[in-house]
Ligand binder design. Structure first.
Ligand code: SF4
Length: 706
């Protein structure tokens, strides 16, 4: 019997990355508390994090590998050897017949960095395909593209401590009160301590975050670029830009200045559905405040123009020189706990290890040399939505899905269902036995989960935290990195050799981390100076942390030099485009999807905690009272919601926090909880041309009495 003791880890939900202290007897999680020594949360936890010990970690879990030999048969329990031998043989046979691009991996921002690293090497190094993408594509890929287009690298330049230092906080397309609650507590503290601090929230809904704001801009869905351009127009007109900074550290401003000339406050106000005075006020507070910080999340990213929206917001900081200083800068809030770590190891279809780019031949050669493989293929891989389209089309025959639930979370779930039915072989590596996606698994591999794993994650402020396992995984569940390694070694024996050395020599996650950190040497995120021992002894650290460093870096670009060819940041002359799917007479309402405060993603974990239903007990669609009346509905009625792709049944509630013509639907409830389907039965797979992120935030719908 192990005496009760405390193990350090992080919360497994949002990208705030709060440190938790797990009280355990070695078999069960007894309780959790916020880690007062963790810089992300300083001991605080939100309702989700504080109830982690109440989540059901045994029932509903996948305990054993299960395999079915035929599609119509049910899966049967098999040994690990039988499961992985079968998987390796099926993948090898498909690769031999159709080539490496006939297989794919769809992984997750919930994975630890070590898990991500092994999967990426398995696909790109061993098999020779770039068909590996992740649910981070649905989350942060427009931020990645926006940062790279303007600042030259995928690196959030700020720190959480900037929340308390800003004079003006501009929150656009984010509801941190619900999506990043512990950060919102810091914002509330800052506002209490300095009531003169101005908070501006741009959001179609009057959210709880907007309630705290000095100025709420209830813009029409998708009109963010017009708003940001108009604010820049005012900044230029009023002389609130920093011409010396623009001249010394940027390029492309003259062209952007021409582009924004027509975006006067009056012109943009008509597009955005707000008053010109509101734009003038927002620009004044942003421009005249010595320190301005912007926060954003899915409201900008989950859009067919997400990259443009990111760039247009970052422009405001470049034009005023408000970045690289305390309390200043563009600061993306990461949705998932480790989307950052996944980007660092290059675990996406267009990225390579250490923030390298697949499209760059020199970067491919560097990674091939690091891994000692003959080459890294140049053919771009399929991104999330494209991967499932290729599955349906028969171009991809086998898919390995790890730690994510695409049958619920991708847009147009009817298409995803067709794709998974069409696939020849579906492997699902998952902690929970009964997700929307496990129903399609030919092979189900049980995975360990929160409190059972060891490794590292990176949060929104570039801070890497080491996680320790507190309890054993149930049944025969294995760690994600371990399954990938065990499969890769079997496959390595069946495929023609591509490497001069065994590619997967790891016995521990620390061995994986050490290889990953070596791959970052000399890169913008250089963490060659970090180790598990240092993270244990000195606590979580921000990157970069190169060899010889004594501390991480709180802010980037303080010297005005940027990781672009010229060393200058770039203004990009983007234009405003409306939402991908316009409303019309048949589908007259704007659908806005988003989070609840107390649920997480598809509710596999939070859905097991009774008190997390206190805030919202059941699936509800929120609409303006006039829109309900027009549809002959009243609060509490059951409604049928239709889009051009699908429909669902849901109870409605009236709220004047919604603008007329717009409804809000939480993303969490899936067909497992609701009659019919979840929110993504309605959404459309329209992609941003650069980031390939789909427009999950918006669709045109109609509302009818059920
Ligand atoms: Fe977990 Fe995010 Fe809440 Fe922190 S803010 S406790 S990381 S859900």
């Amino acid at each position: 019997m192990v005496q009760p003791h405390i193990v350090k880890s992080t919360c497994c939900y949002c990208g705030t990355g709060c440190g938790v202290l797990i009280h355990t007897d070695g078999q069960q999680v007894l309780r959790v508390e916020g880690d007062p020594a963790h810089p992300a949360n300083l001991g605080r936890l939100c309702t989700k994090g504080a109830t982690l010990h109440l989540t059901d970690m045994r029932t509903g879990r996948a305990h054993y590998p299960e395999l079915r030999q035929q599609r119509n048969a049910s899966r049967q329990r098999v040994t690990w050897d039988a499961a992985l031998d079968h998987a390796a043989q099926r993948f090898a046979a498909i690769i031999a017949e159709h080539g490496p691009d006939a297989v794919a991996f769809y992984i997750s921002g919930q994975l630890l960095t070590e898990d991500y690293y092994v999967f990426n090497k398995l696909a790109k190094g061993l098999i020779g395909t770039n068909n590996i993408d992740t649910n981070s594509r649905l989350c942060m890929s427009s931020t990645v593209a926006g940062y790279k287009a303007t600042l030259g690298a995928d690196a959030p330049p700020c720190s959480y401590e900037d929340l308390a230092l800003a004079d003006c906080l501009f929150i656009a397309g984010a509801n941190p009160a619900y999506a990043h609650p512990v950060l919102f507590r810091r914002i509330e503290d800052a506002k209490t301590a300095r009531p003169d601090m101005k908070i501006i929230v741009a959001d179609p809904r009057r959210t709880d975050s907007a309630e705290l704001a000095d100025l709420h801009l209830p813009i029409l869905p998708g009109t963010d670029v017009a708003l940001f351009h108009a604010m820049l127009n005012v900044l230029v007109w009023e002389g609130w830009i920093d011409e010396a900074y623009i001249a010394a550290h940027t390029e492309g401003f003259a062209e952007l200045k021409r582009r924004i000339r027509e975006y006067t406050p009056r012109f943009a106000a008509d597009i955005c559905g707000i008053k010109p005075e509101q734009i003038l006020q927002a620009a004044e507070w942003f421009g005249r405040s010595p320190r301005a910080l912007s926060l954003w999340c899915m409201g900008l990213n989950q859009s067919a123009r997400g990259t443009d929206k990111n760039a247009a917001l970052i422009h405001l900081h470049l034009a005023t020189g408000k970045l690289g200083k305390p309390g200043c800068g563009p600061f993306s809030l990461t949705g998932q706990p480790n989307a950052m770590g996944g980007r660092e190891v290059g675990g996406m279809a267009n990225l390579l290890s250490g923030h390298r780019d697949l499209a760059n031949p020199a970067h491919r050669a560097e990674v091939a040399a690091l891994w000692q493989v003959s080459e890294v293929p140049s053919q771009p891989g399929k991104t999330a939505v494209e991967m499932f389209e290729a599955l349906e089309a028969g171009q991809i025959k086998a898919v390995w899905i790890a730690c994510t639930n695409p049958a619920h979370s991708l847009p147009d779930t009817a298409q995803v269902a067709r794709a998974l039915q069409q696939a020849e072989f579906v492997v699902v590596q998952e902690a929970y036995a009964h997700t929307d996606t496990t129903a399609y698994a030919d092979l189900l591999l049980p995975a360990s989960s929160w409190a059972e794993k060891t490794g590292t994650v990176t949060n929104s402020e570039r801070r890497i935290t080491r996680l320790h396992a507190a309890v054993p995984a149930p049944g025969e569940a294995r760690h994600d990195w371990q399954m990938a390694v065990d499969f890769a070694r079997r496959l390595e024996a069946l495929l023609p050799p591509r490497a001069a050395v065994p590619l997967f020599p790891y016995a521990t996650p620390e061995a994986v981390f050490d290889e990953h950190k070596r791959s970052t040497a000399g890169r913008d995120l250089d963490i060659s100076g970090l180790s598990y021992a240092l993270l244990d002894s000195q606590g979580p650290q921000q990157w970069p942390y190169p060899t010889g460093a004594r501390t991480g870096q709180a802010r980037l670009y303080a010297d005005g030099r940027f990781p672009t060819t010229s060393g200058r940041a770039r203004f990009v002359a983007v234009d405003y485009h409306p939402v991908a799917e316009k409303t019309d007479a048949r589908y007259p309402l704007h659908l806005n999807t988003g989070r609840l405060r107390d649920q997480w993603h598809g509710m596999s974990r939070t859905g097991t905690v009774a008190q997390l239903y206190n805030q919202v007990e059941e699936p509800l669609l929120t609409a303006h009272p006039d829109d309900l009346t027009q549809a002959k509905l009243a609060s509490g009625d059951l409604a049928r919601v239709r889009s051009r792709r699908g429909e669902l049944l849901i109870r409605v509630e009236a709220s004047t926090r919604q603008r007329r013509g717009e409804v809000f639907l939480p993303m969490h409830w899936s067909g497992r909880f609701m009659a019919g389907q979840g929110s993504n039965a309605l959404t459309l797979p329209k992609l941003d041309p650069q980031s390939r992120q789909p427009e999950l935030k918006h669709a045109a719908i109609k509302l009818e009495r059920a």
